[in-house]
Design a protein around this ligand. Structure first.
Ligand code: AMP
Length: 186
């Protein structure tokens, strides 16, 4: 099984939870740009100060900033034998920057959840995260459809067809579907 994995899917699809479980099972680091950015905001670093308002609005942090974060993170020793990226790339520019670094993906998982379910899940999570209020949720979904969804076609055109997994169900059910999708011969 490949060791460079990528998780795609709209906000609220459960990417973070499933990505952490799968990375743990495979023994590769789970690299979440959203988590790295939230930590920077909480710590009040220069990066955090630049990202905070953008994240609160549900917009994307500029490509050059996130590309630099990911380059640095993937250069760490623990990522030498693979990694699972969650929340990056989110734009065609980011995907091209990653490809230019020679890091072709072996597996792309696309977690899909219907829009109505996403909205109710995100609303239920509201309060836990600064960007989980109704206006920001709508903006994040819009940004996903416009900027990130085209990556499905981008990877398919490069021979890495995303394995689409139904993200509705219990955490365990969805995880089992992901594992099945990955062991199925292409
Ligand atoms: P997430 O936890 O992946 O939903 O990310 C939370 C927020 O962090 C996003 O709504 C963006 O504002 C920002 N963010 C995370 N990853 C990226 C990325 N790859 N490119 C731009 N912004 C990002």
């Amino acid at each position: 099984m490949g060791r460079r994995l990528l998780f795609l899917g709209p906000p609220g699809a459960g990417k973070g939870t499933q990505a952490a479980m799968l990375a743990g099972a495979l023994g590769v680091p789970h690299v979440s740009t959203g988590e790295i950015l939230r930590r920077a905001v909480a710590e009040g670093t220069e990066l955090g100060r630049r990202a905070e308002a953008i994240m609160a609005a549900g917009d994307l942090v500029p490509d050059d900033i996130v590309v630099a974060i990911v380059r640095e993170r993937l250069a760490a020793d623990d990522a030498a034998c693979g990694y699972l990226l969650d929340g990056f790339p989110r734009t065609l520019n980011q995907a091209e920057a990653l490809d230019a670094g020679g890091d072709a993906f072996e597996i792309v998982v696309l977690l899909s959840v219907p829009e109505a379910e996403l909205l109710s899940r995100l609303a239920a999570r509201a309060g836990g995260r600064a960007d989980d209020n109704e206006e920001t949720i709508r903006r994040r979904l819009e940004v996903y459809r416009k900027e990130t969804e085209p990556l499905v076609t981008y990877y398919a055109a490069r021979g890495v067809s995303p394995a689409e997994v139904d993200g509705v169900g219990t955490i365990e059910d969805v995880f089992a579907r992901i594992v099945l999708a990955l062991v199925k011969p292409a």
